[in-house]
Design a protein. Structure first.
Length: 422
């Protein structure tokens, strides 16, 4: 057993990582790969911590490379500051093993949301994709690649600010499988770009592919390379570049098809993908800027996927899959065209792929009602002698009231004396 495996086995609730971060409980349900909720003993705040290396059984050269990559990319990721990126606070060394210390974001992963909802509408997935692409665009601008975009690294907040999209996992990319460690295949099977599965170096285009595969899974319920219970088969399918087609035929599926094109040269840039997805989500009555900054839009009366407690809250049935390969052109629709064209499925649609109808407005600003200017209040003046007469009358009324009060009190006393004598 390696030192890394010994340390992983020893780590549990109450364990103190790097002399500073006290482990409390697992976050999520990803087993040993799930991060920990921990308490920063120095700053007295909740953080999420995770070992930078979780793939068991790595040979020593691959383990050394993984450690170096975690320190290198963790240092770069710590400099990122973006609304759609989980902030990395620290890379803590516990012995020789690096642990990533991140902001704690009360949320659920997109994977869990898909378990609770049998499907997500393309309009909702388009907004999720646009915000993740916005995060990747910021990271690529600093020269940092993610390398492992998949549904488990896409978070949807459900705390004080629900419905916000956050991308996690920078600096945490893992070898796809110990059997492929010698090929330097980094990422999650089912979401790898074909060139990565063949052993090529990562580029911004590989992140575009992984995001496209993630959006594909959010709508279709499975990755473009089949179910996750057979990672070896997924890797073989990935190497051949034989991604499954989508059952839908609309602008959203055309954008996703372009993002998961087997040829990196045919994929859109991350900025182009972001704008196209945001334009689809905006429809006719929204803007790209709003889609990139607003919480996920859910129609009134519907339970958001990130607030559901069980799958029974979602009543839609999964549509039958079309097993034929998609023939949708991989040409990416322009953002302007996507923004102005009628949408085939509004945000709250059941996924009808029939004739498109103009979408119902989703963003209805409440009109501002301004009260009319109040009428001015005028004050009159008393005539000469009128104020004196008024005061005289008031004084007389007060004297009469006091006399009556005195007479009443005197009568009560007399009656009391008479009664006591009887």
């Amino acid at each position: 057993m390696t030192n890394l495996e010994q340390a992983r086995r020893a780590a549990g609730s109450g364990y103190l990582v790097a002399g500073r971060y006290r482990l409390r409980s697992r976050i999520g349900s990803a087993g040993s790969a799930a991060p920990w909720l921990a308490k920063d003993q120095l700053l007295d705040r909740d953080v999420a911590v995770k070992p930078a290396i979780v793939t068991p059984g790595l040979p020593r050269p691959a383990l050394t490379e993984a450690r170096a990559r975690a320190l290198r990319e963790g240092s770069a990721a710590a400099r990122l500051s973006h609304d759609n990126i989980v902030t990395l606070y620290d890379v803590a060394l516990d012995g020789d093993d690096p642990w990533m210390v991140m902001e704690y974001v009360p949320s659920i992963g997109l994977t869990h949301a898909l378990h609770l909802s049998s499907r997500l509408t393309p309009m909702l997935v388009a907004q999720i994709g646009a915000q993740v692409a916005n995060a990747l665009h910021a990271a690529h601008g600093t020269g940092l690649l993610h390398r492992d975009v998949h549904p488990g690294n896409v978070l949807i907040t459900n705390g004080r600010n629900p419905g916000r999209v956050k991308l996690a996992g920078f600096g945490l990319a893992q070898p796809a499988d110990v059997q492929f460690a010698h090929l330097n295949v980094i990422g999650t099977p089912g979401y790898l770009a074909p060139e990565i599965a063949r052993g090529a170096d990562a580029t911004p285009a590989t992140d575009v592919f992984s995001l496209g595969a993630t959006l594909y899974a959010a709508v279709e319920g499975v990755s473009p390379f089949g179910p996750s219970n057979d990672p070896i088969s997924q890797l073989n399918q990935t190497i051949s570049g034989s991604a499954r087609g989508m059952a839908r035929r609309d602008e959203f599926s055309a954008v996703v098809a372009a993002m998961i094109d087997a040829d990196p040269a045919n994929r859109p840039s991350i900025g182009e993908a972001r704008n196209a997805l945001a334009a689809i989500a905006a429809g006719d009555d929204g803007t790209i800027a709003f889609i990139l900054s607003a919480p996920l839009q859910i129609p009134p009366g519907e339970t958001p996927p990130w607030q559901k407690r069980s799958a029974s809250q979602f009543t839609h049935e999964r549509p039958a899959r079309n097993t034929q390969r998609s023939t949708v052109s991989a040409k990416l629709p322009s953002a302007a065209k996507s923004q102005s064209a009628p949408q085939s499925a509004p945000l709250w649609s059941g996924g009808n792929t029939g004739p498109s109808q103009p979408p119902a407005p989703r963003f209805k600003p409440r009109p501002i009602v301004v009260d009319s200017e109040p009428e001015p209040v005028t004050y009159g003046e008393y005539a000469e002698g009128e104020l004196a007469d008024l005061m005289s009358t008031n004084r007389l009324s007060l004297i009469v009231a006091l006399l009556l009060l005195g007479l009443g009190a005197g009568a009560a006393i007399i009656v009391g004396i008479v009664v006591s004598q009887i």
